[in-house]
Design a protein around this ligand. Sequence first.
Ligand code: DMJ
Length: 480
Amino acid sequence: RAPRGFDYERFRRSLRHPVRGGRPGQDPESRARRDKVKEMMKFAWDNYKQYALGKNELRPLTKNGHIGNMFGGLRGATVVDALDTLYIMELEEEFQEAKNWVEKSFDLNVNGEASLFEVNIRYIGGLLAAYYLTGEEVFKSKALELGEKLLPAFNTPTGIPRGVINLGSGMSWSWGWASAGSSILAEFGTLHLEFLHLSELSGNPVMNIRKVLNRVEKPQGLYPNFLSPVTGNWVQHHVSIGGLGDSFYEYLIKSWLMSDKKDSEAKKMYDDALEAIEKHLVKKSAGGLTYIAEWRAGILDHKMGHLACFSGGMIALGAEHAGEEKKQHYVDLAAEITNTCHESYTRSDTKLGPEAFRFDAGTEAMATRLSERYYILRPEVVESYMYMWRLTHNPKYREWGWEVVKALEKYCRVEAGFSGIRDVYTATPTHDNMQQSFFLAETLKYLYLLFCEDDVLSLDDWVFNTEAHPLPVNHTDFRA
Ligand code: DMJ
């Protein structure tokens, strides 16, 4: 079928709510808190612009840029990740600065090894969201051009892509650390939302991943984290709703929502997966905290990663659309998990949570290993506060979000930006000298939305990708 043009104006008219803008009647306290988060965003952006524009991240202590090795020679991860946040916060001048950089300096003719997953969620997601929010063609054409460069990674016997791709040659291979040439569930399972939009905009259908996953036999209904892109079979039986697994589950429920609830296969896979997770992984600690353990070939590891804390929000989002008989149950489960993640924050000296916390040998929601005590400006806990707030309007979620704002200001704000910290259990932590791009894409966006009215980026119109980039729900076909 010949590609047809996407009718942007028709799409904008179809939105049920304006995407941004202050609403009259908002209570003064929430307005002031929202403005504080906006000031933090401006500070994070201004320092990135001053010291690191065109690099991937800002190093706020040494006041220079960081390039890293995840993006295969692409630059400006912070610019692309920040675009939609700057736009919805009405930081107009700063948005123009970011847009100018994309227009004039964003070079896609690079040659290097990139993570397919990271390029997809940050760059493709960021560019698509910027296009849908503003209608500026430059974002669409860059997204489509970059999407093309990622396609060779899907040329495997099963259609399941490998994790690493050279953006110049199109050669792809598996991560050296992933067992026996396998692909990672959270990586190949976190492409669907963005690639559906790329297909919609370009007219080229892609992706065969869902079919393989639906067909393959699952141990106890669970999805292990490693799968061979050659045979389509699991390579190792490690299951986790945290790192390596996380956003695969998130993209099932969000695929269904983004399809305007038509993709019933995704909904069924989500429902079944969540049931298996509840049956085998959800536990209650001696102190009454609900958590999600990890599973290694049948043996439970009573640990929850910060990454797994997104699941409170995911279950809340699913609960809103669950049948009446299940709804309250899922609202309660989401609230309990979010509460546990909040506990991991309140039990630290900084009121920020560790990278992983455990529930064994008398430990409750605290890190036990030195190597797990750090906080790198991650969003998952405030992400869950935002979804729980929109679902319940219980004011405690706004209070919890405000506690995080205060802690970020006290412990992570430095002279030239925000930095991660190495130990949340000391009131004088050392800094890791890194302002992660997801801090601007996600952490600050979710905090801002927590203090906005519900119709700013309404969940009726938008689905957030796993990097918090809003993609529109397909109410109708907008091809002219
Ligand atoms: C982000 O890139 C995304 O949220 C991803 O899903 C997980 N890791 C970081 C944030 O912690």
